[in-house]
Design a protein around this ligand. Structure first.
Ligand SMILES: Cc1cc2nc3c(=O)[nH]c(=O)nc-3n(C[C@H](O)[C@H](O)[C@H](O)COP(=O)(O)OP(=O)(O)OC[C@H]3O[C@@H](n4cnc5c(N)ncnc54)[C@H](O)[C@@H]3O)c2cc1C
Length: 466
């Protein structure tokens, strides 16, 4: 009997590493056959793909040092791009309107100048926040559309505390300047994005992962806090004296017996996005032009596309390039299926509103069934070819994968529901950490720090015990 950690994502590995250092070795149980969780990757015919776009911008020296000691890091200045009605605009779009037709620039600037003014603490929801920051025309045509694609909900359904530094708020001079000429300034919230030279994003954990006892293909299906036992899908079980979990809150609640109805309901109403990754490898070196770009057009399901080979050439065979497109849908803790009916309707609507008939008709035939992965893959390739990024003949690798838990959705009930669930889990003695264990908008460095916190031994900046 000893300490057990559930999940070998960055939070679980950080917890295991820091506990080990403080003399409390733990066993980590992971449902997959490899470590890394969302920081993980997969390789097909020499093309390596992370699970969604990942860069490190750890601001604290301790975490940044551990990542640096794990692997040599490349540094990128982020100049993402935006695709809007066939036009490419630098990011953030509102500061780089120059390529747009003058009628549309006029609408955007007119509405920006005449936008409603309201103190931030009186703003009701994200929709209103967008109108106050950007003006109606830009809000409705850029972030509103992106919100539907990235978060799978209407902006009015989101609260605003999660925004922080994530959204850029321009001033009039910048908007005017960018309407006449492309701006070279980097306006992104992090000025340097780091990425391992070798081994994909998860290599930031090489140092911490070494020597940890990680048991793979161990999917937890039941937890009994009274008997201090976890049971796995393969029928085996393990006893613990201390249990640290990085598993998503709605999943943990399903694993416990006799959970009160109000707690179950709260867990069922926690919202999150699920995501598909469409990964493409090309037999040409020059397909990827941008580290990543956003797509606003709603007839194209993917919200964001990035280039693994621009992150690091180590991610592709020589002379090749690659892209990964991200497609997200809203989901709820209570859904038995991976995608909610509401989302299926949204997909239907997206296809409908743009006349993507093939998709709509096939979706209609299957009634409430969602688009299949194969259909999403075909749709994405067709749309990216239509954008002129590559020809179908250039593709040598194509793949689609699904991650049930991608981002936490900050709907208006999140704080109430999260508190009910976390209070209950805390009462069972389970220590719940990480992005889905705290139900927080954590970046990797924050999930890492959360793992460190389970071990209360003070450490200095180099991680040595004091
Ligand atoms: C689209 C997207 C882009 C992102 N981009 C960035 C970025 O650029 N920079 C950045 O810093 N962060 C980024 N993040 C955030 C980052 O991925 C997370 O903060 C971090 O990876 C979360 O780590 P975690 O260990 O908390 O959770 P996870 O990585 O989800 O780890 C949980 C682990 O538990 C395992 N598990 C689940 N259920 C069971 C079970 N029943 N039994 C056993 N094991 C189980 C899972 O397989 C997984 O390995 C991004 C996230 C997304 C979705």
């Amino acid at each position: 009997m000893g300490t057990v950690i559930l999940g070998s994502g960055i939070a679980g590995i950080s917890a295991g590493y820091h506990l080990e250092k403080s003399g409390e070795p733990a066993v980590i149980y992971e449902k997959n056959n490899d470590w890394g969780g969302l920081c993980g990757n997969f390789t097909i015919n020499g093309f390596r793909f992370d699970k969604f776009v990942h860069f490190s911008f750890a601001p604290d020296e301790y975490t940044a040092n551990i990542f640096k000691e794990s692997v040599e890091m490349l540094e990128h200045v982020p100049f993402p791009s935006n695709y809007y009605k066939g036009i490419w605009l630098r990011h953030p779009a509102q500061n780089n309107l120059a390529p747009l037709p003058s009628d549309e620039k006029t609408e955007i600037i007119y509405d920006f100048v005449n936008r409603i003014e309201k103190p931030v603490d009186e703003i009701q929801d994200y929709g209103e926040w967008l109108r106050v920051q950007y003006g109606n025309y830009f809000a409705e045509n850029f972030p509103y559309k992106y919100t539907r694609k990235y978060w799978g909900v209407e902006p009015e359904e989101l609260e605003t505390k999660w925004i922080g530094q994530r959204m850029y708020t321009p001033d009039l001079k910048q908007v005017l300047k960018g309407a006449f000429e492309t701006q070279d300034e980097c306006f992104y919230y992090s000025k340097v994005m780091k990425y391992p030279k070798k081994g994909g994003f998860r290599s930031i954990l090489n140092k911490c992962r070494e020597g940890l006892d990680i048991r793979f293909n161990k999917e937890v299906v039941k937890i009994n806090p009274q008997e201090k036992t976890v049971t796995f899908k393969d029928g085996t079980s393990a006893k613990y004296s201390r249990l640290i979990s990085t598993l998503p809150l709605p999943e943990i609640i399903k694993m416990l017996d006799n959970v009160p109805q109000d707690v179950k309901s709260a867990a069922e109403n926690l919202m999150f996005t699920s995501g598909y990754m469409v990964s493409l490898g090309f037999n040409r070196p020059d397909v990827a032009k941008y580290l990543w770009f956003y797509i606003y057009d709603e007839d194209i399901l993917t919200a964001r596309v990035y280039s693994p080979n621009l992150k690091s050439p180590d991610n592709v065979p020589e002379g090749c390039s690659s892209l990964q497109a991200e497609i997200f849908f809203a989901n709820r803790g209570g859904a038995d299926i991976d995608i909610t009916p509401r989302t299926r309707n949204a997909i239907g609507k997206t296809a409908n509103s743009t006349g993507a008939l093939a998709l709509r008709e096939r979706d209609g035939e299957r009634g409430q069934n969602p688009l299949s992965g194969e259909e999403i893959l075909e749709h994405t390739i067709e749309k990216l070819v239509g954008m002129g990024l590559f020809k179908e003949d250039d593709i040598v690798v194509k793949d689609i994968r699904f991650e049930k838990y991608a981002n936490i959705i900050f709907d208006k009930d999140i704080y109430k529901n999260r508190k009910i669930v976390l209070d209950y889990i805390e009462g069972t003695g389970i220590e719940s950490i990480g992005r889905f264990g705290r139900w927080e908008y954590f970046w990797t460095h924050q999930a890492f720090e959360d793992g460190r916190k389970v071990c209360n031994t003070p450490v200095n900046l180099r991680g040595e015990n004091l």
